[in-house]
Ligand binder design. Structure first.
Ligand code: SF4
Length: 62
């Protein structure tokens, strides 16, 4: 599983970072970024939760 944050859609709510800090972090411009592209198996459930929880659907699973 891979995740990517589309920064133009991110509204900097911080929810993905709260849910899954091992995968998401703040990047430049106070937008969330995926700090690792390939999500480890033990983080997939949380990463998926972050994807589902993003209010603007800015995170895509690949
Ligand atoms: S949950 Fe979505 S809108 Fe909120 S910081 Fe993460 S990517 Fe941005």
């Amino acid at each position: 599983m891979k995740v990517k944050v589309y920064e133009d859609l991110c509204v900097s709510c911080g929810q993905c970072i709260s849910i899954c800090p091992d995968v998401f972090e703040w990047g430049d411009d106070d937008k969330a970024v995926a700090k690792i592209e390939e999500v480890p198996a033990d983080q997939e459930s949380l990463a998926h939760e972050a994807v589902e929880g993003c209010p603007t659907a800015a995170i895509k699973e690949e």
